[in-house]
Design a protein around this ligand. Structure first.
Ligand code: LCV
Length: 259
């Protein structure tokens, strides 16, 4: 069964996350379908793409499919991980991607939304950075996505507490472009998409790429990179990482011991 659906109207494509039963968790299957849809829109020379969930959902996406996280001793967010692939796909995609969000957005899905070019939300939206709840060592370029989207002190608070930030606060912090009543969500989102589609696509796509390269221009020394990878490894090799996974599967609160 398809986990997403797609539609198009003129130069504007839409991908709708369509697996409410699993709260649109980002499984490799769902991400595969999403990336295929993006590739088809690109081949058809569309000029703006909207990623959304079904109207009225309480959860836009529950984040990484925790059932697919490795059982320890392997980087859970390595280069080939599907969420990493999706974030790269969106940020390198030559067409602007608009996230239209109602409902809560968790963990890896929060990064996916923040990696989009424009974000339009309803007051029901919320955003949580959750690795500390699971004892997952988030990856370095993922932390950069958060840092490019929110003030450093906000990223710290969100990452350390793992508590959701409300729609209103996300707007006040400049993390999203627009907050609008739910009944205006589509009008505002597709209005922006049509404005983009009416402009020169080559100029738009090169500006998107310029911004991506400029935002990513943070030199990290080989030693610094290896240090961070070594520190991350301590986390995914830990008992706490296994406890985080176990607790989620057993639907209970984790008990972390710092080892
Ligand atoms: C697999 C799920 C999930 C799910 N995976 O519905 O950024 S990191 O490092 O944290 C990264 C690794 C990451 O993104 O991790 C995921 C972070 N996500 C979360 O912490 C949110 C986990 N989910 C929830 O807390 C709840 O599901 C919410 C609050 C989103 C919705 O609660 P609700 O009561 O509406 P259920 O919990 O009953 O979930 C419905 C079904 O979806 C599965 C869940 O296991 C359940 O499956 P069963 O019906 O088979 O029991 N599900 C939800 N989230 N991330 N599976």
């Amino acid at each position: 069964m398809a986990l997403i659906s797609t539609s198009r109207d003129g130069f504007v494509g839409t991908v709708t996350l369509d697996n409410a039963e699993k709260r649109n968790a980002l499984s490799s299957a769902l991400i595969g379908e999403l990336c295929d849809a993006l590739a088809a829109f690109r081949d058809d020379h569309l000029r703006a793409v909207v990623i959304r969930a079904q109207p009225g959902v309480k959860v836009w996406s529950a984040g990484f499919n925790i059932d697919e996280l490795p059982e320890g001793h392997r980087d859970p967010l390595g280069w080939d991980d599907p969420v990493r692939h999706l974030v790269r796909e969106i940020s390198r995609y030559p067409i602007p991607v608009i996230a239209m969000v109602e409902g809560s957005v968790w963990g890896g899905a929060c990064e996916v939304v923040l990696a989009c070019d424009i974000i339009v939300i309803a007051p029901t939206a919320s955003f949580a950075i959750t690795p500390a709840k699971l004892s997952v060592p988030y990856n370095i370029s993922g932390m950069l996505t958060f840092l490019n989207a929110a003030p450093a002190c906000t990223v710290r608070e969100m990452a350390f507490t793992a508590k959701p930030v409300s729609a209103a606060r996300a707007f006040d912090l400049g993390m999203v472009n627009h907050i609008v009543p739910v009944e205006e969500l589509e009008t505002v989102t597709y209005g922006i998409a049509r404005d983009i589609a009416a402009n020169a696509p080559l100029a738009v796509s090169v500006m998107k790429e310029q911004l991506r390269i400029l935002e990513g221009a943070h030199p990290v020394s080989p030693e610094g990179f290896e240090r961070l990878q070594g520190l991350r490894r301590v986390v995914y090799d830990s008992q706490d990482y296994l406890e985080g996974l176990r607790a989620f599967k057993q639907k209970r609160k984790p008990v972390f011991e710092g080892k």
